[in-house]
Design a protein around this ligand. Sequence first.
Ligand code: UT7
Length: 322
Amino acid sequence: MKYARITGTGGYLPKRVMTNKDFEAIVDTSDEWIRERTGIIRRHIAADDEKTSDMGLAAAREALQMAETDAKDVDLIIVATSTPDKVFPSTACIVQRRLGISGFAAFDVNAACSGFVYALDIANRFVRTGGSKCALVIGAEIYSRIINWNDRGTCVLFGDGAGAVILQASDEAGILSTHSHADGQHEELLHVPAGISSGYDQVRQESAFIQMKGHEVFRAAVGVLGAIARETLTANNVKESDIAWLIPHQANLRIISAAAKKLKLPMDRVVVTVDEHANTSSASIPLALDVAVRDGRIKRGDLLLLEAFGAGFTWGSALVRF
Ligand code: UT7
């Protein structure tokens, strides 16, 4: 059976940068608190006229270029996002049109911060069963639009951005395994209460913004990321020491350090972007991957462990021979 192999990565970050200091003028917080409790130093914030599809498209173009692949070869687009341009059509369909291609399946996946690993899981299954030869998988988010800018417990945590990969059918090893999970019991620990069928007419009020019980989410994230890492290594009969790079979801440096510690991996084998990007939800893993591929840390043949945790709760992982 053919593998799905990552042949290109891309990323996009909006031009505007907000530092922790900038937040001191907005809410009762400090650069020191944000750095110590989260590891975040700055984040990128989309321009007023910038949309999720704009960012996803820019990341997709970079990934296509790295893969030396023409958009015409793409035969599947999945966009992981919980902040789509519109209720419908999907952001994937908008990206498809803007790439000047059509005819094949294009759809969005919403698994909050785990969206990219879910989308990678789905695309991997398409490729391995012959349903796609060249899949474009994007994580793109614009959380600045769903942040309550008066809530210091959440507004300092998030940023905007997009990352993308091209997955191509190959006889060479690529994605070795994917694992997706959810437990819907924890809805109210991390959610945006308003939605299409619940309070849509009240949007722009508090219910339209992220609400999180940060401490409970933190504890769950640490536990679940340890478990998914063990599950992934066992499924592939791989040792912790075989992993060249851990690429975790970028929510909080303390969560990332705890995940690395459980895997007995030194931090110099962990890709960290939370300091520069903050939490970009489903964009965080493909953005971190792209950063480390482009700066030369990640090389062809490296074994990568991707792992994510998000609202739902959802969580997932992928073991990838790059
Ligand atoms: O991506 C999806 C998954 N999301 C996550 O994984 C996020 C998980 N959670 C976290 O990263 C952390 O829980 C936070 C960074 C959100 C919070 O850190 P914490 O160490 O769990 O702090 P806490 O929520 O227990 O709050 C400690 C104190 C509170 O004050 P009191 O009640 O002790 O007086 C908060 O009000 O810190 C206060 N606080 C702040 N202080 C200054 C909360 N936010 C801020 C802030 N600046 N921005």
